[in-house]
Write a protein that binds this ligand. Structure first.
Ligand SMILES: Cc1ncc(C[n+]2csc(CCOP(=O)(O)OP(=O)(O)O)c2C)c(N)n1
Ligand SMILES: [Mg+2]
Length: 624
């Protein structure tokens, strides 16, 4: 008997070779599980993973990022666009490079999107402690700054000797490809171990396929779900991100076409039905449409499909008002399925919806209910049209008219990315989603600075597709660094910068909670110490140009339309900069959102806001 074949490689080389051989498979289609690796090098990864990436550049594409958090956002954008069937890795140096990952990791985990994090770590041997950038904990010698990644990771390990990688790498792949568990996965890599050689079993490097399962529901749960749907008079589906992750859009449409049950969508679920489908009611909750929120208030059965039921969706527990309202949650995680004391259907969305459609044969909601929501949808369509349309092409556009101009130039395939500020609310209410992948909102973490790097990841996932990152001026300033990467890789992403001189969204919120817009405008400090001087002379268009983008400045609605048309056709990364008219043209909130207001204050604004708050909070229900 000859000894099993082995290959002598460093730990870093073995990891890169291993990652290059991992695949996912769902519905018979194979994808690279780790399609590429982003990296910023420093001590802690330059000699280990960095050396391995040069050595194996033929099998593992490398992308040079500028900021670690931004690299995670890019990877998340990529994974979301590919329905989580393909992820990317992110390698960092030790210390600040590693802790810059924390925000991105939280974002990935909250949104249930896979990313593999490979931060460098202190020497496993402790031979040279303290290293440059090493945190010393006097009483716990195995603590490192990478431990900040534990609560935001779905799997975490520190690889303190080479062969520990074998078991841990397999577990990491399982979590990344598991539809119920996926999120950020961290393998912290002590820098001495990265460079250490080991005789790896040859089998470790063989192609390995991770089947992404579509679990079917428990028969008793399915029977109960069918019973409650048949008994409901005013059922309403709340479509969440799980519909997209499962590629269940067709299955949802089939159910809706057969039963007439209407669909309202969360930020992650919008686009589950095309906007012009007669049963698509648009967004739900605090940023929802009037028709969705009216139906939610009177629904007797709320059917959540792939949703986490966040506070925006439930209007902080005030939206579902009918005394006898009941919930049914179809979700691949039991954790989410059990929310709101719901009846549960723990399964893959596409599988579950298809089984429900079969079992509900012959069942349809009452014609009066259909007529009611169709009329509500028509009324809302007129609200949308009014908000998107500008009367005067020579005027400075409002923010909703910016969306109208974009609506006029995009095709079905365009992807529109956004995460924070006042744009998510306007988009949720107004955007006419034409295809399942078009509406790309990161609203689990609503992280300013997601948009630009995410556009890079989406563009990598969908070459040739027009990809738009919409950003406010505040968001732009938070994280414009990956513009340089887009220029370097010639990714022709399109950036729309909406200039309104500060945090319009938080300014409005601040005013409504009695905080008087404090600290939300970008203005000079005045003589009295307040920020009420002239607007700051920032020129974000010049900034984007200085980083290498083509820049088009638009001052009127007409110029904006022309600039967006040119940007759409551009083959280089292009920025459209538009100054907006602060006049409010967005429809107001249809439902509440809980932001607690000061219970005592000497200032009248806060006292009035508190009185309004107490009236609103009295409507909250605990669904038990
Ligand atoms: C990283 C991060 N920090 C802070 C916040 C809180 N926040 C939400 S929106 C916002 C202001 C956004 O400003 P801008 O991008 O200009 O959009 P606008 O509100 O003007 O539409 C802030 C500070 C956040 N969501 N993300
Ligand atoms: Mg702004």
């Amino acid at each position: 008997m000859s000894a099993a074949a082995t290959r002598r490689l460093t730990t870093a080389q073995a990891l890169v070779r291993f990652l290059a051989a991992q695949y996912t498979e769902r519905d018979g289609a194979r994808h690279r599980l780790i399609a590429g690796t982003w990296g910023v090098f420093g001590h802690g990864n330059v000699a280990g993973i960095g050396q391995a990436l040069v050595e194996y550049g033929d099998v593992m594409p490398y992308h040079q990022g500028r900021n670690e958090q931004a690299m995670v956002h890019a990877a998340v954008g990529h994974a979301r666009h590919l329905n989580r069937l393909s992820a990317q890795a992110v390698t960092t140096s030790i210390g600040p490079g590693a802790t810059n990952l924390v925000t991105g990791a939280a974002l990935a985990t909250i949104n249930r999107l896979p990313v593999l994090l490979l931060p460098g770590d202190y020497f496993a041997s402790h031979a040279a402690d303290p290293l440059l950038q090493q945190l010393e904990h006097p009483a716990e010698a195995d603590v490192s700054v990478n431990d900040t990644l534990r609560p935001v990771s779905r799997y975490f390990d520190r690889i303190t000797r080479p062969d520990a990688l074998i078991a841990s790498a397999l577990r990491a792949m399982r979590v990344l490809s598991d539809p119920a568990e996926t999120g950020a996965v961290t393998l912290a890599l002590p820098q001495d171990v990265q460079a250490e050689a080991y005789d790896w079993p040859e089998e470790f490097f063989a192609d390995r396929v991770w089947h992404v399962r579509r679990p079917a529901p428990d028969p008793a749960e399915l029977a109960e779900a069918v019973r409650v749907i048949r008994a409901a008079e005013r059922p309403l589906i709340v479509a969440g991100g799980g519909v997209h992750h499962s590629e269940a859009e067709e299955a949802l449409r089939a159910l809706v076409d057969a039963t007439g049950i209407p669909v309202a969508a969360t930020q992650a679920g919008k686009g589950s039905l095309r906007h012009d489908h007669p049963a698509d009611l648009g967004g739900i909750g605090h940023t929802g449409t009037a028709v969705s929120d009216d139906l939610a208030r009177t629904a007797d059965l709320v059917i959540g499909v792939g949703t986490r039921h966040s506070d925006f969706t439930t209007a902080s527990g005030t939206l579902f008002r009918r005394p006898d309202v009941r919930f049914l949650n179809l979700n691949i995680t039991a954790f989410d399925a059990h929310k709101l004391a719901a009846r549960t259907l723990v399964c893959d969305a596409r599988t579950g919806l298809t089984l429900l459609t079969d079992a509900l044969t012959g069942h349809r909601v009452a014609p009066s209910y259909e007529a009611e929501y169709r009329a509500g949808k028509e009324r809302w369509d007129r609200v949308v049209e009014a908000a998107l349309t500008a009367d005067d092409d020579n005027a400075v556009p409002t923010q909703t008219q910016v969306l109208g101009a974009l609506d006029a130039v995009v095709g079905d395939e365009d992807v529109v990315i956004n995460a924070a500020g006042s744009l998510p609310g306007d988009l949720h209410k107004l955007w006419r989603a034409r295809s399942p992948r078009q509406y790309h909102l990161e609203y689990g973490y609503s992280c300013m600075g997601y948009e630009i790097p995410a556009a890079l990841g989406v563009q990598q996932a969908a070459p040739g597709t027009p990809v738009w990152a919409l950003v406010g001026d505040g968001t732009y300033l938070m994280n414009p660094t990956e513009i340089v990467t887009a220029v370097q890789e010639n990714l022709p992403v399109k950036l729309v910068v909406v200039q309104n001189h500060g945090y319009a969204s938080i300014g409005g919120l601040s005013e409504s909670v009695g905080a008087e817009r404090f600290g939300t405008d970008y203005r000079h400090r005045a003589a009295d110490g307040s920020f009420t001087g002239a607007p700051l002379p920032v020129d974000l268009a010049a900034n984007a140009a200085s980083l290498g983008m083509e820049v088009l400045r638009a001052k009127t609605v007409r110029e904006l339309r022309e600039a967006l048309t040119a940007a759409r056709a551009a083959t280089r990364p292009t920025c459209v900069h538009v100054e907006t008219d602060p006049a409010a043209t967005a429809p107001g909130a249809e439902a509440w959102w809980d932001v607690p207001v000061a219970e005592v204050s000497a200032r009248p604004a806060a006292a009035e806001a508190r009185a309004r708050y107490e009236r609103a909070v009295a409507d909250r229900r605990r669904h038990l």
